[in-house]
Design a protein around this ligand. Sequence first.
Ligand code: ZN
Length: 219
Amino acid sequence: MATPDLQLSGARFPHPLGKIVCVGRNFAAHAAELNNPLPEVPLLFIKPATAAADIHQPIAIPDGLGSVHHELEITVLIGAPLTRADRASAASAIAGIGLALDLTLRDVQDQLKRDGHPWERAKAFDGAFPMSEFVTADGVDLRNLSLRLWRNGALAQEGNSNQMLFPILDLVTTISHTFSLMPGDVVATGTPAGVGPLTRGDQLVATLDGFIRVETSVA
Ligand code: ZN
């Protein structure tokens, strides 16, 4: 599967997509809807670059593996190396913001959780991360970003970064103390409540208010 090029404000970003660092349970209402406890430190997992797809293309979902849930998330494009960064360097390394769907094989994930196994089989499959272009983050208030997802005309997910348990800048800083972030890495900052299964033929509209609007469908 071809990994999409990274686009930042209409230009090709000069680095290929690296790793995708995802944050679980960063919105209290979403943790509650799946009966999960709130984390005391960010819950991190990584999707490989091969999981990425262009969200503007019809979204292919796996067959025969149970439900595939949409999780709309704000993404952050890393533009400079970060190792054990302070907040100021983390802030200046954030090149852009965008949207992605952290697609999740929910039935598979539920079984993995019961078995105490890692989540990759549910989260890291080819196409598991349909992602948008990025817009420059200069001057953007990362603590007041609204995201919404409509499925077949009905509002399914809605949230604001001001509801995050771990705000975006804290996440990027904290992650860099666990492993280095490199130019071309993407951080997916967690999903608000309203996750649910996708069905073939679904029409989706996703917005990062004031910045990005995506219309797409499930193949
Ligand atoms: Zn997620």
